[in-house]
Every structure is written in C-alpha cells, then in structure tokens.
Design a protein around this ligand. Structure first.
Ligand code: KG4
Ligand code: ZN
Length: 386
C-alpha cells in the first residue's frame, strides 16, 4: 500500500488547525491556532467571534501546515475536514474552505466526525511509537468541553464501528472544569488552571458525591443505542451539573465571594497569568476546594469507565479529549487500568485538545475504503458517532 498524505482541517470550536498526516501513522505537521485571547474577556467561547477568527486564520494556518510538511497541494492524496459536532458557523468555515480546495485541486474530500478524530489521535500516536497491535473491543472515553461519552469501538474491515454505551446527561466534564474555574474567579479555560492548582490542595478536604444512574436516559436522541441485550446491561451515564452547584453552594456558605471578586479583578490586569501568579491569588480554602472538585470528577470518570470495561469485556482503553490532558486523571487511569490488567492509552497533551492531525488520521481508513464526502457536504452541529 503506497503512502497517503492527507491534509486535515479542524474548525469545530475555538481552535483553527491544519495538519498533514502520513497513512494515519505519522504526523508530518500539525498547526494549531488557539482563539483563547479572543474569548477570554467573555469567560467562554462566543460562537460568532469564533467563526470570524476561523475565517481570518484558515489560509495562514493551512499554508503553514503545508510549508512545515514540505508539501504542496499537488502532493496531497486527500483533504479531510471536521463535519461535526461543533459550532455551526465555526464548522462551516473549515468545510467551505476544504470543499473549495478539493474542488480546485480535484483531490478527494473526506468528512470526519470530531469525536472519531479524538479517538484516532490515540491510535495515531500509538502507531507512531511502533505499537501496531491494538486489541478490540476498545473502550474509548471521550472527555472534553462538549462531551463525556463512552464508546465501544470495533474493527470492521478497514473501518471502525462505534457503539455509545454511556454519556453525560447534562454538562460535560470539561464544561464542569470551566464553570467551576469561572465561578472561582479563575477565568477561561478552566481545565488547565484547575489542573495546575489542584496539586497544591487537599483532595479529601471537601466530600462531593455523584449520583449513580439507575434508569435509562429517556431522551431518545441520546439514549444508549444497540440491540435489546445491550439495552438491558448496566448504565454508564454521567452527570456533572450537580457538582458545579455544590461548589457554588460551598462558596456561598463559606463566605468566599469577596475574595473571588478580588481575584477576578487582579487576573483581569494580567494578559497571560503564570502558574505562580494563579497560585499566589488562591488561599488554602480555595486550593482545597479545587483539589476536592478535581478528585471527585476524576474518581467518577475512572470508576464508571472501568466498570463499563468489565461489563463489555473491553481489551483496551483509550482516554481522549481535552480533559485527558489532566495530570491527575492520567495517573489515576493508569493505576486503575494496571490493576485490571487492561492497557490504557492517551494522546500526548498537544493531541488531547482539538487539533487537525487527529482529523487527518481518522480520515485514513475512509481513504482506503473510498468513503468520500458528497458534494452537498454541510456542517452537522449535533452529529453523533456510530
Ligand atoms: O477537546 P477540547 O480541546 O475541545 C472540545 O472538543 O471540547 O477540550 C476542551 C476542554 C475544556 O473544557 C478544557 O477546560 C478542558 O478540555 N481541558 C482540561 C485540561 N486541558 C483542557 N481539563 C482538565 N485538565 C486539563 N489539563
Ligand atoms: Zn474536541
């Protein structure tokens, strides 16, 4: 099989990214332009601003990715782009650009599900390390700002099939990190900041509990798919909006509001605060609260994922998406999976958060199968993975 060089384009949220990946196993270039500075003053991603930033960035980002890879349009084999899920206006920028490029160059266009991209980020890096053997079924936890989903992945011919066996009923885990950081006056995005501060607090200081889901989600759209035997199995759904409310209640009952307002004011004066500056602005009580929050979220993710792995006889675990960059989460998953004797793989930190290398990698099996996008391709903001 000759090498295939695929240009990937990702614009589903607040990162404009382009990458060249060889045959789903080697990243040649991966350029990621974050819109962090644009959205920071608003405390979260503003969809319309995201679209405009993508529009400004898309040509320079693609040009840089090609230059870094030493390739031009003629020496590409295909163009891959994120079809969804994500912000409609943001997705449309990448899709319009990719369609025009495919049309002008005559190269095939491949549409990729963003969630499948996160899963293939793990595979890409394992292949890059020389690990060609992944045992199926793979249980993949995709844990990001928009998703906390468990997928059972199987190989079918060249392609992968996915079965959703659990999902969050409300907030995603990354969303909980972001909301808690915001309500503690720590700004956006919260995940990396909480990650850095949590190691300075006592994770046992505040006890948070999670509900176990005993009944199936009645929301048809999100319900666990599959045959009857599957539907009769245990439930592995998550819920993260309760812990956010519990943190808020703790803040109110412990008189922390004035200190939070003060911290917010101080941080607004610093363009890019360092870890030391964040730490200097947090008292012991805040650090303990942060550590306890992170501990509770991670324990819930680990225990439900491991229970699902047992129930479905998963042979390999993938943990991926922005929250998979979390240091404590990685350590806990590694320990738990080791105790079970099931290998667990994560992407490197740059490939945990949104990037185009994962899109180009996920496109490779579709390239082999000749699974190309139709000319009517459009954005699908609520696209599901199956
Ligand atoms: O995958 P991603 O880049 O975008 C989505 O598809 O959502 O994930 C972004 C999310 C944000 O909620 C961010 O706060 C969280 O991932 N995140 C982290 C860490 N780094 C990013 N959460 C916890 N610890 C981290 N180190
Ligand atoms: Zn993502």
């Amino acid at each position: 099989m000759p090498d295939a060089y695929i240009l990937g384009i990702e614009s589903s949220c607040d990162e404009t990214s382009a990458a060249v990946v060889r045959s789903g196993e080697q990243t040649i270039s991966n350029v990621v332009l974050s819109q962090f500075a644009t959205h920071r003053p608003y405390g979260g991603v503003v969809p319309e601003l995201a679209s405009r930033e993508h529009l400004k960035a898309i040509i320079p980002v693609v040009k840089t990715a090609l230059a870094e890879a030493g390739r031009d349009y003629e020496t590409l084999d295909a163009i891959a782009v994120t079809r969804g899920p994500g912000l409609a206006g943001a997705l449309l920028v990448g899709i319009s650009f990719a369609k025009a490029l495919a049309f002008a160059t005559g190269k095939p266009l491949i549409a990729v599900n963003h969630l499948e991209g996160h899963i293939h980020a793990v595979l890409l890096e394992e292949r890059q390390k020389g690990n060609k053997q992944v045992d199926f079924p793979v249980l993949a936890l995709v844990v990001s700002g928009g998703h906390t989903h468990l997928y059972l992945a199987r190989m079918q011919g060249q392609g992968w099939t996915y079965q959703n066996i659990g999902h969050t009923r409300d907030d995603a885990a990354g969303e909980a990190f972001d909301k808690v950081a915001k309500l503690l006056g720590l700004g956006y995005p919260g995940g990396p900041v909480i990650n850095g501060l949590a190691e300075h607090g006592d994770p046992q200081a505040v006890k948070f509990t999670f509900a176990q889901m005993k009944h199936r989600d009645r929301n048809e759209k999100n319900a666990v798919e599959g045959d009857r035997a599957t539907r009769d199995r245990a439930i592995f759904d998550f819920s993260f909006s309760g812990i956010k409310t519990a943190v808020l209640r703790y803040v109110e009952t412990h008189g922390m509001k004035a200190a939070i307002a003060e911290r917010q004011k101080e941080l607004a004066l610093i363009a890019k605060p360092t870890a030391e500056q964040y730490l200097a602005l947090c008292d012991r009580e805040t650090l303990d609260l942060i550590a306890s929050f992170q501990y509770a979220v991670v324990e819930d993710l680990v225990s439900k994922t491991l229970a699902a792995a047992r129930e479905y006889d998963a042979r390999t675990l993938f943990v991926t998406g922005g929250v998979a960059a979390n240091t404590y989460l990685r350590a806990r998953f590694e320990r738990a999976a080791n105790e079970e004797g099931t290998p667990v793989y994560f992407p490197s930190r740059p490939l945990s958060t949104d990037n185009a290398a994962m899109i180009a990698a996920a496109a490779y099996p579709k390239f082999l199968a000749g699974d190309f996008a139709e000319p009517e391709l459009s954005a699908e903001p609520a696209l599901q993975l199956r």
